[in-house]
Design a protein around this ligand. Structure first.
Ligand SMILES: [Ca+2]
Length: 274
């Protein structure tokens, strides 16, 4: 059974809607690893006495009168865009909305607790790939922490998007390649492997140091940035990237990932986090 995106509603004892959550379903048909949520606190007369949006109370501030008419409404600054997926990997097991397509992953390790770790690569493709089960994600922004293990001199690790479920995908990766370190975007094709670099920017990537990648994918463009360094690029493709799964990829065993974040974006609201 393939989990998919949906909504879950909660009602109170008078069958009044009190919460609506949206996101990716786990195997129990509950929304997992997602933040979009609206909830209402109602008194016995049905007056709204509290409202929360994206899990943040009083993001929309309002007052109501005795007949439940809204008498004032104000939108305070929300803390950020709604996170379609956020996983800090602080649970001892990987949420079942994730699926391993190549290699082996774990979320517990004595020296790197509370991170997603690729403990082994797939023998044929020399990759380890973990993706969300949802296959229709597109036009979003991403934030991801990546760390190569000590001694790494070559390899790629980063964010996967447009994964077709059959080992073909695009990826924004940190790459160590001899003495040259880059942030780059490339396509991986099932059976053929990594294609040529589509765009890149040179930076400094030290093994055993955690870096934050961020950026967005929108229609035919992908923007990527290595946080904390003057390293970024915008790649414009001739074709749409299209929908697919999002996740992580590495070509180096024992790479760790943390705080996987995938955000909704709109043309009016570019990436504001990180
Ligand atoms: Ca963590």
């Amino acid at each position: 059974m393939t989990p998919s995106r949906g909504q879950v509603f909660t009602y109170d004892r008078l069958n009044r809607l009190t919460e609506a959550r949206a996101g990716i379903f786990n195997a129990s048909k509950q929304v997992a690893l997602a933040e979009p949520r609206e909830s209402w606190t109602l008194d016995d007369l049905g007056n709204i006495s509290g409202l929360a949006y994206y899990g943040t109370s009083n993001v929309i501030q309002h007052t109501t009168n005795a007949t439940n008419e809204i008498s004032s409404l104000a939108t305070a600054n929300p803390s950020g865009d709604p996170m379609i997926v956020f996983d800090n990997f602080n649970a001892d097991t990987l949420d079942d909305t994730w699926s391993t397509t190549k290699g082996t992953f774990t979320v517990t390790d004595g020296t790197d607790p509370d991170k997603l770790k690729a403990t082994a690569l797939d023998g044929t493709t020399s990759t380890a790939v973990e993706v969300m089960a949802e296959n229709t994600l597109e036009d979003g922004a991403f934030i991801l922490k990546v760390k190569f293990p000590s001694g790494t001199t070559s390899g790629r690790a980063g964010f996967v998007f447009g994964h077709d479920g059959s080992d073909t995908y695009h990826a924004v990766v940190l790459r160590k390649n001899g003495g040259t370190d880059t942030l780059e975007v490339a396509k991986y094709t099932s059976g053929a492997g990594w294609g040529s670099t589509l765009d890149s920017s040179t930076g400094t990537v030290t093994a055993n140091t955690e870096y934050t990648l961020c950026g967005w994918v929108r229609q035919k463009a992908v923007y990527a940035k290595l946080d904390g360094q003057n390293v970024d690029f915008t790649y414009n493709s001739s074709t749409f990237f299209g929908a697919g799964k999002v996740g992580v990829v590495t070509t180096v065993a024992n790479t760790t990932f943390d705080d996987f974040t995938y955000l909704q974006i709109t043309p009016q609201k570019p990436l504001r986090r990180a």
